[in-house]
Design a protein around this ligand. Structure first.
Ligand code: URP
Ligand code: ZN
Ligand code: ZN
Length: 481
């Protein structure tokens, strides 16, 4: 008799954002076809023996092959980056197609598709980075791109080459409201950073640890509040990305308690690193330079609380891998660069799930259901990929992670699959690691070995996010915009 399923994962402890159940998972044609007891045979079988199975992770914020104007280069391309993702249990990634000022948004998107061609081993979508919202981009390109499945974009309040003025932010938010897109906002006050950086440089305080002093909490708090105010004015949802501090978390909580549609993202670096990591000896602080910067243990505690009480919607990696030793990485501008010349970002696409599982679920700070929601279900919902991605349900893609929840691992860069030459978490001990990762029913990692063929990952067109559906009346009369 022909097998009913291509693959059956037998006797799994299946965790979704809603509950945990013990069952078999029947897979056919790359999708979950059945969940139940004693399912009929599969052409292949995986005996889970009661092991935990979670939905494949959805990393809603990572950077691969993104062009940087000062000549710095991200270490990962779409092959090494997605391999690394797969090995850490992430089966969907959403990196960025970045527009530079003066460039057509459509041309930027075509360029990033070309970069990805033939490389990804897991499925991928794109957010857009909008740095030049001119009339052509706002009037024609973005509406058409949103209809074509690019339904989220990131805008910056800082970085000279990317930042938007407040009135441009309002233009983009008005468009997002009209066209039902999700706007991600990098919230830091640019002028204050520039002013403080100049003062620190004049005082000769240029070591990596002063990166934190150039962007203290009020810099993030003020910009976060400003972004919230803009969202309220136009009644349009926003997602504040890579939230690092107690103050910004409080702003977001305050806005949510008033019924405003403010979503928030944090990243493992804000749960595991502090500003003291920027002062690692021998220039190694450069490894942890990212923006906003890692902060204090009190900030970490506030973010953990925000994860537990629902302030945060998603946990992403913000994987931005610059090499430490290579010529186009952290020391692109020489051996002792001032902090302002150190490329911002840390690698983390592979460690995101194990770190949050071990430090969060393992230490009782968040539940297993919250872990699944934060790392898979919520990003899939927020970016219009649910229920195809982010859950274990009949009809969903068979993107699954089988865990050894007891396995103790000391993180070392040598065991990771990214192309960066360091991890900021070297030597950190975690309990729990993925042992088998399936993407649409195909094995892309088994016992640490990457298996997916380059280019097997499919491009995903995103739906308009349900969260971006029109709601109430904005403060500003909508007839005006
Ligand atoms: O330092 C960071 N976060 N670098 C990556 C780019 C960004 O702003 O997300
Ligand atoms: Zn950012
Ligand atoms: Zn980023």
């Amino acid at each position: 008799m022909a097998a009913r399923f291509d693959l059956v994962v037998r006797d799994a402890t299946v965790a979704t954002a809603a509950d945990t159940m013990r069952c078999d998972i029947g897979i056919r044609g790359g999708r979950i076809a059945a969940l139940g007891e004693d399912l009929a045979g599969g052409a292949e079988e995986v005996r889970a023996g009661g092991a935990l199975v979670t939905p494949g992770g959805v990393d809603g914020h990572c950077h691969f092959e993104q062009e940087l104007p000062d000549g710095a280069q991200l270490a990962d391309d779409f092959l090494s980056g997605t391999r690394s993702a797969a090995c850490g249990g992430t089966t969907t990634i959403i990196p960025f197609a970045c527009q530079f000022k003066g460039q057509s948004m459509r041309a930027a998107v075509a360029d990033y598709h070309r970069r990805a061609e033939g490389k990804p081993v897991v499925d991928y979508a794109f957010h857009l980075i909008v740095s030049d919202p001119n009339p052509q981009v706002l009037g024609q390109e973005l509406p058409a791109l949103i209809r074509d499945g690019y339904t989220s974009f990131k805008i910056y309040m800082t970085y000279d080459i990317l930042k938007l003025a407040d009135r441009e932010i309002l233009d983009v938010l008005a468009l997002a409201r009209r066209e039902r897109a999700m706007t991600m906002i990098h919230a830091e006050n640019s002028d204050v950073i520039t002013w403080l950086t100049e003062k620190l440089e004049l005082a000769g305080r240029t070591a990596p640890k002063y990166h934190a002093a150039s962007r203290p909490q009020p810099v993030e708090r003020e910009a976060t509040h400003r972004a919230i105010a803009f969202s309220e004015l136009l009644d349009v949802p926003i997602l504040v990305v890579h939230v690092s501090s107690r103050d910004a978390t409080e702003q977001i909580r305050w806005a949510q308690s008033r019924g405003l549609r403010i979503y928030a993202e944090t990243c493992p670096q804000y749960l595991l690193l502090t500003e003291s990591d920027l002062d690692r000896p021998g220039g190694e602080g450069a490894k942890c330079v990212c923006s906003p910067p890692p902060r204090t243990p009190a900030d970490q505690a506030a973010i953990w609380e925000g994860l537990a009480n629902g302030t945060f919607t998603i946990v992403s990696s913000d994987h931005s891998p610059f090499s430490y030793a290579g010529p186009k990485g952290k020391f692109l501008h020489g051996p002792n660069p001032p902090f302002a010349k150190i490329p911002n970002g840390v690698p983390g696409v592979e460690t995101r799930l194990p770190l949050l599982f071990s430090e969060g679920v393992g230490k009782g700070r968040i539940t297993l259901q919250q872990f699944v929601a934060l790392t898979a279900t919520n990003p899939a919902r927020l970016y219009g990929l649910y229920p195809r991605k982010g859950t274990i349900a009949i009809g969903a893609d068979a993107d699954l992670v089988l865990w050894d929840t007891e396995r103790e691992v000391t993180i070392a860069n040598a065991m990771l699959h990214h192309a960066a030459d360091y991890t900021p978490y070297e030597g950190l001990r975690v309990r729990g690691w993925p042992t088998l990762v399936l993407s649409r029913g195909e094995t892309v990692m088994r016992n640490g070995e990457p298996l997916g063929a380059p280019g097997r990952g499919r491009y995903l067109r995103c739906d308009p996010p349900a969260a971006a559906a029109p709601r109430g009346r904005p403060v500003v009369d909508p007839a005006l915009f």
